[in-house]
Write a protein that binds this ligand. Structure first.
Ligand SMILES: Cc1cc2nc3c(=O)[nH]c(=O)nc-3n(C[C@H](O)[C@H](O)[C@H](O)COP(=O)(O)OP(=O)(O)OC[C@H]3O[C@@H](n4cnc5c(N)ncnc54)[C@H](O)[C@@H]3O)c2cc1C
Length: 415
């Protein structure tokens, strides 16, 4: 393998935008994408470009709540026993730091990254570089119980100063926007700024685009790291060596496992989520819908297939989800769009969100390894923040700086 300016490791959406911006800026890029794109969280996620809808981490807030959520039957939030035993340290840090991502300055930063990313994707669509079924008609959060809607609206007051644009809607207004919704829906919130893309389409199209601007793409995995004092001098790729000036790691939820081999504990935990794709229907959703109570996300492809995503299960990478998770998703979807109840599942998928204990991604250089840049830990918003992250990675390499923002810096975890 010839020497590159930058080796990018990880074939998800963060690796994709990092490789694209680096190659477009003139760097020689070698990009290891791994063997199977379905293994990336970027493949099967809900596709929300969630400028206003999402918080990066669910707010467990206290240990008591974690226990209550975990024990509750049918809860979409789960914490596995194996996770508690193997990653108790992550959980403890989360209890301490988990609310940081809901502080106004963090929400402002994430919003800025989300908006910048949405605009970048929109421009790429408008100029014909991408065609990932993009829409920008907002996202609708609907509630079955009005008291739950009121609670959400109350919660939004704390971030109102950040400038999120939303409208609270009655049940009739929700159904006027989305006629497929059932009479059980009691109201909702339209997050006007949000967008949507088909996640697998944008991922594959970005791979092609990165290649078109000069990145060399290898469908291979990094199997080891060669170290020399305070730097990496090569990546092992099944017996061959890939060498570069700088190494970008965008390994998502695989990060912790990968760096353990050199004794670095990077606090990125896997939070499993699942998506089912149902057989196509003729009626159309104009925008993605989130069911407030169950946090289940619905979106529809151009071919009419409804995609239903949900769950947040802190577990280990070897977790194998039971089939019941997929049936549960279809059931929840049927509560707001009754005709989905009897549809067949044509594809089921599970993937790992890469989550840090404070809910913010880690983007920057490791202090122990001066030529290693991490771009990991985007948890529930990796697609939403991907272009902004890619530009940050490019900026760090171009300027030789350590990071672009203290709230995103690896140093906050003493890395
Ligand atoms: C059910 C679900 C719904 C979601 N919904 C949304 C949403 O609506 N909006 C949103 O913004 N985000 C959403 N997310 C989160 C989003 O999917 C992630 O934040 C994002 O995909 C993370 O991207 P990534 O590139 O960091 O990691 P990944 O996409 O996981 O990519 C990591 C890559 O590293 C590769 N890899 C692993 N080990 C190696 C190795 N040794 N060598 C080379 N490559 C390796 C893997 O094969 C993979 O390609 C959702 C996630 C889930 C699970």
């Amino acid at each position: 393998m010839s020497k590159a300016d930058v080796a990018v490791v990880g074939g998800g959406i963060i690796g994709a935008f990092s490789s694209y911006y680096l190659a477009k800026d003139g760097f020689e890029v070698s990009w290891l994408v791994g063997r199977n794109p379905r293994e990336a969280a970027s493949w099967g996620n809900a596709g929300f470009l969630a400028v206003g809808t999402a918080t990066p981490l669910p707010e467990f807030e206290s240990l008591g709540r974690v226990v209550r959520w975990t024990l509750q039957k049918g809860s979409p939030l789960k914490v596995g026993l194996k996770f508690i035993l193997k990653q108790g340290g992550w959980l403890a840090l989360y209890m301490k730091e988990g609310r940081r991502s809901t502080e106004a300055r963090a929400v402002r930063l994430l919003r800025q990254m989300g908006l910048e990313s949405l605009e970048a994707i929109e421009e790429m669509v408008m100029t014909g570089l991408l065609s990932p079924e993009f829409s920008r008609k907002g996202a609708l959060a609907v509630y079955l119980k009005s008291k739950n809607l009121e609670k959400h609206v109350e919660g939004l007051k704390t971030t109102a100063e950040v400038g999120h644009k939303f409208q609270v809607l009655t049940a009739d207004e929700c159904r006027r926007l989305e006629p497929l919704l059932s009479g059980e829906v009691s109201g909702g919130i339209l997050f006007e700024e949000d967008g949507w893309v088909h996640p697998a389409k944008i991922l594959l199209q970005m791979r092609r685009l990165a290649e078109q601007v000069g990145a060399k793409v290898f469908e291979l995995e990094a199997t080891g790291l060669g170290l020399q004092s305070d730097a990496v001098n090569a990546i092992d790729v099944h017996g061959e060596k890939l060498t570069a000036e700088n190494y970008v790691f965008a390994l998502g939820a695989h990060t912790r496992m990968f760096f353990k081999r050199i004794g670095l504990d990077i606090p990125v935990a896997p939070a499993w989520g699942h998506t089912v794709t149902l057989e196509p229907i003729t009626g159309k959703l104009s925008r993605p819908v989130m069911i407030g109570e169950s946090k289940v996300a619905l979106s529809q492809t151009h071919d009419g297939n409804m995609r239903v995503s949900g769950f947040f299960e802190l577990s280990t990478p070897d977790f194998r989800p039971p089939e019941s998770r997929y049936a549960w998703l279809t059931k929840r979807a049927g509560e707001v769009i009754p005709r989905l109840r009897d549809l067949k599942i044509v594809d089921s998928w599970s993937g790992m969100r890469p989550c840090t204990p404070d809910g913010l991604p880690i983007i920057g250089r490791l202090s122990r390894l001066r030529n290693v840049i991490l771009a990991v830990g985007h948890c529930r918003e990796g697609l939403t923040m991907a272009p902004a992250t890619g530009r940050m990675v490019m900026g760090i390499i171009r300027s030789g700086s350590k990071s672009v923002h203290p709230m995103l810096s690896p140093e906050r975890f003493k890395l």
